[in-house]
Design a protein around this ligand. Structure first.
Ligand code: AHQ
Length: 243
């Protein structure tokens, strides 16, 4: 899939150093969905229970797409060393060993979040409440990851550079604003914080090493913007659908 590239006049310049390139990637955090009006309102306690349930229902589709996205990337990874790291992401979401307790995985933890906000397992898993634009955005991510060179797909996961903060915000604000939500339902957010940091360490190493000309580095920034737009678009659709 071609990612639209802005016309730039500095592609002839030398590549940014790894430090400067990482700073450019992190500067994209200004477009992260932590700043989306719906997320701001949600973490300020401005959502009704129905809006929280609508957000959990729609984000469930994103969560079940992640391991499929990661399996598509895994299939394109030629090196065992990369696959040994990347496969952990699939297990994080699908679970491992006896799939009980902490080994049940993130999709199970999100199902627990659903029950904690008042959504029965079968209703969440029916996907009946997922709006078309959320499906479209998530499917675009899975399709991109399957078709793009694996290093580009790895780069698109780097929105997780900004994820620990959004999880910490929820853990810091939901118990006060939404005391009706059972606290063990928030385990998903707690569990993701160390996992996101681990993911980013590998994702950044691949990205900083692969995109090694100024033009390629601009392409990496366009890829990250594509994924930031996916997250932003999901909240646009959720905000509209959950009114
Ligand atoms: O729970 C999230 C998660 O497991 C992932 C994997 C990663 C990827 O591979 O694209 N991105 C991601 C994200 C998760 N949660 C989102 C949130 O707002 O709770 C943030 C999202 C991301 O930052 O990309």
């Amino acid at each position: 899939m071609e990612i639209a590239q802005a016309i730039r006049n500095d592609n002839h310049l030398p590549a940014w150093s790894p430090e400067a390139f990482e700073a450019q990637l992190r500067d994209k955090g200004r477009s992260y969905h932590i700043h989306h009006p719906f997320n701001v309102r949600m973490n300020a306690g401005g959502c009704t229970p129905d809006e929280i349930r609508c957000w959990v229902t729609n984000r469930f589709y994103y969560q079940i797409c992640i391991p499929r996205k990661d399996a598509a990337i895994l299939a394109n990874m030629p090196l065992r060393a990369d696959r040994r790291l990347w496969i952990e992401r699939i297990l994080d979401h699908d679970g491992h060993d006896d799939h009980k307790g902490s080994a049940a995985g993130g999709i199970e933890a999100w199902t627990r979040l659903g029950e904690a906000v008042g959504i029965a397992r079968e209703d969440l898993w029916s996907l009946r409440g997922v709006v078309p634009a959320v499906r479209f955005a998530c499917d675009a991510y899975v399709n991109f990851a399957a078709k793009a060179p694996w290093q580009e797909a790895v780069c698109s996961s780097l929105t997780e550079m900004f994820a620990p903060q959004i999880h910490k915000d929820r853990l810091a604000t939901w118990p006060t604003h939404y005391p009706w939500i059972e606290s063990d339902g928030l385990a998903y957010f707690r569990n993701r914080i160390p996992l996101a940091s681990r993911d980013v360490e590998h994702g950044l190493r691949v990205t900083l090493g692969h995109f090694n000309t100024r033009e390629a580095q601009h392409h990496a920034l366009d890829i990250l913007q594509f994924k930031l737009d996916i997250l932003w678009t999901m909240l646009d659709a959720i905000e509209k659908a959950c009114q």
